[in-house]
Every structure is written in structure tokens, then in C-alpha cells.
Ligand binder design. Structure first.
Ligand SMILES: *Cc1c(COP(=O)(O)O)cnc(C)c1O
Length: 394
């Protein structure tokens, strides 16, 4: 059986193709740091690459490789490189692709730390960056310099839910010999496959939808080519930001229900977005499944569904946001996203509270913006909870 010919849900369940010699139905946890060789020749072959035997867990481990192969199959990529966290995946890409003198173009609303390290840490290595609103293609094209090596996107972006035209950005980039990396955390491979849309590298914080149960921090990179795979694997291995076998086991288990979980959370999200859009205390709602989303048609073209992330603006601004946060009961007041439980957060008082007013405005974060990661609970219960918390808003 070649899993490559099978459908998405079959890949989720069977993807890595691991067959346990003892018949275990699931890939066991190979909780070991090192592997013994059969003899001196076998050891030599493992090191030379003539044998694909295992050597040492930082370099590779059966439990981790099963997860890497599964995600690579889901993204239709050459290979996967699992990392200890999403940020480890981001740093592996930055370190692998960039060298002194390089320039990066980033979308201005990417995950906070992905932008912060580019602006505060990488200048130490003489890497420069420009952040633009990548939903406006002209801004991307205008930012290109002779030394631009990488365009780093996130779509939909966090927490504004703006959608970037991935194929159009890839076309501009490739004409100029620039690589495109997409952080696909918000969609997961179920809703969007950036490599199919033209990107060279895709990465995930598997902490979010892929694991989906809010009990693991993990990341992964998938490349389109063997060349990028080898280069980035070497960076990951030598930086030592490898995953742990137990972390890989939990993530692989969570992954099996990815489509079921997203289908359910997405059904809930559509109902909740429509409810919020009609609510008198809500000024605006950004959700790719609503016709009012400015890139509704683009979203339909490049995403298989609108997902489970909703942002909305409360009319009462900062104070209203805080009041709502202090009164939710079912929804957890927490950062992160993509789990089976509904999470709510208020960026102006929480994740983005340290930004200056100008920087917040530039990133599209208004004082009344509330971000919801919709879970799989009964939708009536989620709506009742949001409704009673908004009733407390003056
Ligand atoms: C959470 C997140 C990250 C960072 O992932 P960690 O697993 O927390 O290191 C990167 N990008 C996006 C879009 C995220 O949501």
C-alpha cells in the first residue's frame, strides 16, 4: 500500500508507514538517547548513510521520524524536520537560509516572537528586515532589495486574520530568486497546503492545531526540496533543538483526529461568527467564513475552509475587552490556540500590551480586539458564555 495515493484522513491515521516488528497498533515511544549497532561494520554503515539504522536520538528516532513522515505527506513535501517548539522551527529556518548581509521581508502581523527575534537578535549577525502588510502585494514588491533572501508569511495572520495571496507572493519572490516560508500554524495542512501554493518551506507550531490537545509544545518544518531538507536538518541537529520521543508520541496521537477536530471547531466558528456579527456590542468581526471578510474570495481560493480563529472588535474598546475577559466562564482566558477547548484573549491588555500605540496600530491591533480560538464544545454553550460576558460590558 502506498499511502501517497490515499486521502487526507487515511494519511492522518496511517501516514508514517511505521510497522512495528511486534505488531503494536501505534508507533511505540522509543524513549532512548542512543541505539546499539549490530557490529562495527553496521556502525560504520549507519554513519556513512549506507544503512538507515539509528544512531542517536538528536539525529533521528523512530517515534519522531514517524511523525515527520506523516506531516511531510500531509503537506506534500519532500521531508519533515520536527523541532522542540514552533520557535525552534522558526529559528532553524532563519539560521539555515540567512547569512550576514541578507535581508528578510516579513508580514507585519506574524507571530510576535518570530518578528521580535528578527528585529532584535538577527541584526547581531548583520541580517536586516522589513515588515510590510503582505496582504498588499505592492508593499511586498516595493520592499525587495538586491540582498533579499527570504519572504516570511503567515496567513491568516495573528491576530488580525488578514489573508495573504500566497501564490502571488511566491511569483514575485521566485522572479527575484527569493525563498518563501509560510508559517501554516493557523490552518494546519488540513485547510491549507502552502507548498502546493508555491512556497518553498512551510513550518508549524504543532503546539496548536496539529497536536490539538493543549498538552505539548512542538514544531516542525517541511521543505519542498531534498536540498533544503538536508540543509535545515543539519541546522536543527547541530543547534540541538530536536524533539523528544514522548513529545512526538503525544503529537502523533493528537494528529490522528486533526480533520475531525477542525471540522467540528469550524462548524462552531461559523455559527459564532454570525452571532457576533449581529451582536449590538460588537463593532466588527474578522473571520474568513464571513462574506464581510475583505479577502473572502481569496480565502476560498487558497484555504479548504475558514478555520476556527475569529477576531472581533468590541465597541467599548480597552475597558470592554478587559470586562469581557474577566467574565467568561466556559472559554479559558489563555493564549495559544488550536486546542479542543475554546480560548479567548484580549491582545491589547495581554499578548501585545508592551507594544507602543503606533506599533499596535500598524499591526492592526485595536483596543477592543478580542481573539477567539473556537473549540469543539457545544456551540450553544460557547455562545451563552460569550453572551453573558458581553452583557457585563457597559
Ligand atoms: C504559537 C505559534 C508559534 C510559536 O510556537 P511555539 O510552539 O509556542 O514555540 C509560531 N507561529 C505561530 C503562528 C504560533 O501561533
Amino acid at each position: 500500500m502506498d499511502i501517497k495515493d490515499k486521502g487526507f484522513n487515511s494519511k492522518l491515521v496511517h501516514g508514517g508507514g511505521f510497522h512495528d516488528p511486534l505488531g503494536s497498533a501505534v508507533t511505540p515511544i522509543y524513549q532512548t538517547s542512543t541505539f546499539s549497532f549490530q557490529n562495527a561494520d553496521h556502525g560504520a554503515q549507519c554513519f556513512s548513510g549506507e544503512s538507515d539504522g539509528f544512531i542517536y536520538t538528536r539525529l533521528g528516532n523512530p517515534t519522531i521520524i514517524d511523525l515527520e513522515k506523516t506531516i511531510a505527506a500531509l503537506e506534500n513535501g519532500y521531508g519533515g524536520i520536527a523541532t522542540s517548539s514552533g520557535m525552534a522551527a522558526v529559528n532553524t529556518v532563519y539560521l539555515g537560509v540567512l547569512s550576514a548581509g541578507a535581508h528578510v521581508i516579513g508580514h507585519n502581523a506574524i507571530y510576535g516572537p518570530s518578528r521580535a527575534i528578527m528585529e532584535t537578535l538577527y541584526p547581531k549577525f548583520k541580517v536586516e528586515s522589513t515588515f510590510v502588510d503582505a496582504t498588499d502585494l505592492k508593499q511586498v514588491a516595493d520592499a525587495i532589495k538586491p540582498n533579499t533572501k527570504l519572504i516570511f508569511l503567515e496567513s491568516p495572520a495573528n491576530p488580525t486574520i488578514g489573508i495573504t495571496d500566497i501564490p502571488a507572493v511566491c511569483e514575485i519572490a521566485h522572479k527575484n530568486g527569493i525563498l518563501v516560508c509560510v508559517d501554516n500554524t493557523f490552518c494546519s495542512p488540513y485547510l491549507q497546503q502552502p507548498l502546493e501554493l508555491g512556497a518553498d518551506i512551510v513550518l508549524h507550531s504543532m503546539t496548536k492545531f496539529i497536536n490539538g490537545h493543549a498538552d505539548v509544545v512542538a514544531g516542525i518544518i517541511v521543505t519542498k526540496t531534498q536540498e533544503h531538507y538536508k540543509m535545515l536538518r543539519s541546522v536543527m541537529v547541530n543547534m540541538g533543538c530536536n524533539m523528544d520521543p514522548h513529545q512526538a508520541f503525544l503529537t502523533r496521537r493528537g494528529l490522528k483526529t486533526l480533520a475531525l477536530r477542525i471540522d467540528r471547531a469550524q462548524q462552531n466558528s461559523i455559527v459564532i461568527a454570525e452571532y457576533l456579527e449581529k451582536h449590538p456590542k460588537v463593532e466588527w468581526v474578522m473571520y474568513p467564513g464571513l462574506k464581510s471578510h475583505p479577502q473572502y474570495e481569496l480565502g476560498k481560493r487558497q484555504m479548504k475552509g475558514p478555520g476556527a480563529m475569529i477576531s472581533f472588535g468590541l465597541k467599548g474598546g480597552f475597558k470592554a475587552g478587559k470586562t469581557m475577559m474577566n467574565n467568561v466562564k466556559l472559554a479559558l482566558l489563555a493564549v495559544s490556540l488550536g486546542g479542543i477547548e475554546t480560548l479567548i484573549q484580549h491582545p491589547a491588555s495581554m499578548t501585545h500590551s508592551k507594544l507602543t500605540a503606533e506599533a499596535k496600530l500598524k499591526a492592526g491591533i485595536t483596543d477592543g480586539l478580542v481573539r477567539l480560538s473556537v473549540g469543539i464544545e457545544e456551540v450553544a454553550d460557547i455562545i451563552e458564555d460569550l453572551g453573558q460576558a458581553m452583557a457585563k460590558v457597559e
